[in-house]
Design a binder for this molecule. Structure first.
Ligand code: KG4
Ligand code: ZN
Length: 333
């Protein structure tokens, strides 16, 4: 069973070839260097670049996998959520390929893709808890069994990746801010203190208060004509942001009967979060903890192919009339 998977939900054009659950190739063309100039992803530019890159990336994925179009049995594609213009390019390419090759089209949810990227690290047993941390999402997803998704906690404002990127901008750092703050924080010391977040649903998240607290702290230091130590500020933000995530994960682990904990989304690449999640094994001895390899945390098509396998098992195919969906709740797959 060979799958050609396409991911174009944001600023990465990616195509992967999978055979019997194994990733044969995962070609990624990143637009980050171009969007850096704008301090974030410029949606119109992202769509145009996907149009320019998609054919080349499809060819590259096939070449790397040493496969041709005739070997492909399914075409999988990210249907949403994501930037609508970007999603449309992937969906159109997938529809054209599925039609011309006369194979089933498999529309995949981007976040379900991030969750199934954990199959690269081990066996996902159930009930499972997924901490989803990306540029657009921050949520706790409970999976009572295979392919069942229930959101039990979510952000009330910014996603954690978005907060990283916005705080980095406030600090005068480049885009994307997440990896830069992560790196800078390693040189930092615990000199600044940021407030804790309290919410009505203790499993929900909020990051806009933390972002404002960083701004307030910078203004205060400026008023006192003190230099801001960026490494220390990065350290304080990273500690606070990851503690907020950990607090909710622990509460969910204490509330629900969970066999596997997985980390999903771009912020799963964060070194501090990976350490804190791994260290939970000392408290929760029987818990199966999975964290995707670094390359699989970012947006790429291999995860869409891995998730597609589960859609195919359920014969969840899309017709030629499907369209991209920018805001797609995980419960609608
Ligand atoms: O999942 P993703 O690639 O795109 C979305 O689906 O949103 O996540 C991108 C986000 C960005 O906000 C980026 O700053 C963040 O992931 N990110 C990180 C790290 N690497 C990427 N945040 C914190 N630490 C990192 N090492
Ligand atoms: Zn993503």
């Amino acid at each position: 069973m060979a799958i050609l998977a396409i991911e174009t939900s944001c600023d990465e054009t990616s195509v992967a070839i999978l055979e019997s659950g194994h990733v044969l190739s995962n070609a990624v063309s990143s637009q980050i260097d171009i969007h850096k100039e704008y301090g974030g992803v410029f949606p119109e530019v992202a769509s145009r670049l996907h149009v320019e890159n998609i054919n080349f990336v499809i060819k590259e994925a096939l070449k790397k996998a040493d496969r041709g179009f005739d070997d492909i049995d399914y075409i999988a594609v990210t249907q949403g959520p994501g930037l609508i213009g970007s999603l449309h390019i992937g969906v159109m390419a997938a529809k054209a390929l599925a039609f011309s090759l006369d194979v089933p089209l498999v529309p995949v949810h981007h976040i379900i893709g991030h969750i199934y990227a954990n199959e690269l690290s081990g066996t996902m047993t159930y009930p499972l808890l997924a901490l989803v941390v990306s540029g657009g999402h921050t949520e706790l997803v409970y999976m009572a069994s295979e392919f069942q998704f229930e959101v039990i906690g979510q952000t009330q404002d910014d996603a954690v990746g978005e907060a990283y990127d916005k705080v980095a901008r406030q600090m005068g750092l480049s885009y994307p801010g997440g990896p830069i703050i992560d790196k800078l924080s390693k040189e930092g010391k615990p000199n600044y203190k940021l407030p804790e977040v309290k919410l009505e649903n203790p499993l929900d998240f909020s990051f806009s208060g933390l972002k404002s607290a960083v701004r307030q702290l910078m203004l205060r230091e400026e008023r006192h004509q003190r230099d801001i130590i960026l490494e220390d500020l990065a350290y304080a933000f990273q500690e606070s942001a990851t503690d907020e995530l950990l607090k909710r994960v622990k509460l969910a682990l204490n509330t629900y009967d969970i066999k596997t904990l997985v980390l999903a989304g771009g912020v799963a690449a964060n070194s501090c979060l990976r350490d804190k999640i791994s260290n939970l094994s000392s408290t929760y001895e029987d818990l199966n903890i999975l964290i995707p390899p670094l390359w699989a945390c970012m947006d790429q098509a291999a995860m869409i192919g891995l998730a597609a396998k589960h859609y195919i098992e359920r014969k969840m195919y899309g017709s030629c009339e499907i369209s991209a969906v920018s805001n797609k709740p995980i419960e609608t797959y």
